[in-house]
Design a protein around this ligand. Structure first.
Ligand SMILES: *Cc1c(COP(=O)(O)O)cnc(C)c1O
Length: 370
């Protein structure tokens, strides 16, 4: 018997207002964002990233809890930075800018380059020489950024680009640009739109503390509009070698395998403290070993490949698991895609591949253990 497929024209369009597909976050959340009809929207259809349950990680907590990851590594350039960049670049274009500049541990430069080029602008990026993951550098170069590697760390690079933007015709698109946080807050909207309310905890890797500030803005705005009933506790996690928000002191020479959060003097320090206090949250540190354990668990048990910095949210949640109330709903933010940093994946997989096998069935079967 043959099965006849339905005729195409008998299909009804999907029951969504986005029959043309997801419109990108500026169109999706336009009433909540500082744009007008005059704003030229520069978009790569960022946002609308999945909230994925992670049951084997939830089981580690030993009580009945629900844990989800917000997989923002599925944005167009592979990190949440796209959320801020669509708005920052659209507003820069609206203001007539011809060039943008940023300091970056990598992901900001990839996002700035992609959106600036799409918007017809030049993109200058300052990176700390030798401390940017391979995939991110590859992106910035191919997207057409003008990449300047400086012999200093991220904090020094940020000081320089701030001065550049004050003295030269270039628009700063680091997270001190207020439009960045406005765009990034949409991730909190998406979490609430899926869960129907805010989670009890929001666990998030914290470097410059722009993203934790943006999420809190988003939850508060939705709360004020009565789109959620509760507000989460904001739990920020830093790498132990780079944890100024935990120790209360800037770190002159930050060190961690999680290069995206290798930041000793966060640009949004005061805001981060305000978020912690308003949400009854905390900042805690996780070691590189704890980060790598969570990184491997996410990939090998849940099928989710994130970059090392992103795994700090899951590592941190597990570290403070004794504080989690039974029945809680927790969202851990996975800020970037694992493909950004293939070197770390290969060096730390604990899973060496078997090389040098002769191309013969018996030998292959024997190596497989049959
Ligand atoms: C930028 C970035 C962070 C840190 O975000 P902040 O807003 O600086 O706190 C964390 N993870 C990844 C993958 C990033 O690119």
């Amino acid at each position: 018997m043959t099965i006849t497929p339905p005729a195409i024209n008998s299909l009804t369009p999907p029951p969504t207002s986005h029959a043309q597909g997801w419109p990108g976050l500026i169109e999706a959340y336009r009433p909540y964002l500082p744009v007008t009809d005059q704003t030229p929207v520069v978009t790569l259809k960022e946002g609308n990233t999945p909230l994925i349950p992670v049951p084997t990680i939830a089981a580690e907590i030993g009580r009945q809890v629900q844990v989800f990851v917000k997989y923002d590594g599925l944005n167009p350039t592979g990190s949440f930075k796209d959320r801020g960049m669509t708005l920052a670049i659209s507003k820069a274009k609206e203001a007539g800018a011809q060039a943008v500049i940023c300091a970056s541990t990598g992901n900001t430069s990839a996002a700035a380059a992609a959106y600036a080029r799409r918007g017809g602008m030049r993109a200058f990026v300052l990176i700390p020489d030798g401390y940017v993951a391979l995939g991110k550098l590859a992106q910035a170069l191919l997207y057409g950024a003008e990449v300047l590697a400086i012999q200093g760390n991220f904090d020094r690079a940020l000081e320089i680009v701030r001065e550049m933007a004050e003295n030269y015709p270039v628009t700063l698109v680091n997270s001190v640009n207020p439009y960045r946080l406005e765009g990034q807050k949409t991730a909190a909207f998406e979490v609430v739109d899926v869960l129907g309310d805010a989670p009890d905890w929001l666990c998030i890797p914290t470097g410059n503390a722009g993203n934790i500030t943006a999420y809190w803005m988003g939850f508060c705005q939705y709360h004020a509009e009565e789109r959620c009933r509760r507000l989460p506790r904001m739990m920020g996690f830093q790498a132990a070698g780079s944890a100024p928000l935990v120790t209360g002191e800037a770190v002159a020479a930050p060190e961690t395998i999680a290069t995206a959060i290798r930041i000793g003097n966060p640009a949004n320090w005061q805001r981060a403290i305000a978020v912690k206090e308003a949400s009854q949250g905390q900042f805690n540190a996780v070691t590189d070993a704890e980060i790598l354990t969570a990184y491997r668990m996410l990939a090998a048990q849940e099928g989710i490949f994130c970059e090392p910095a992103s795994a700090a949210s899951v590592a941190g949640m597990l570290k403070v698991k004794d504080q989690i109330p039974t029945g809680a709903t927790i969202v851990c933010v996975l800020t970037g895609n694992g493909l950004k940093d293939p070197d770390t994946a290969i060096q730390h997989s604990n899973n060496p591949f078997k090389a040098g096998i002769s191309p013969n069935l018996q030998e292959v079967a024997q190596v497989m253990g049959f």
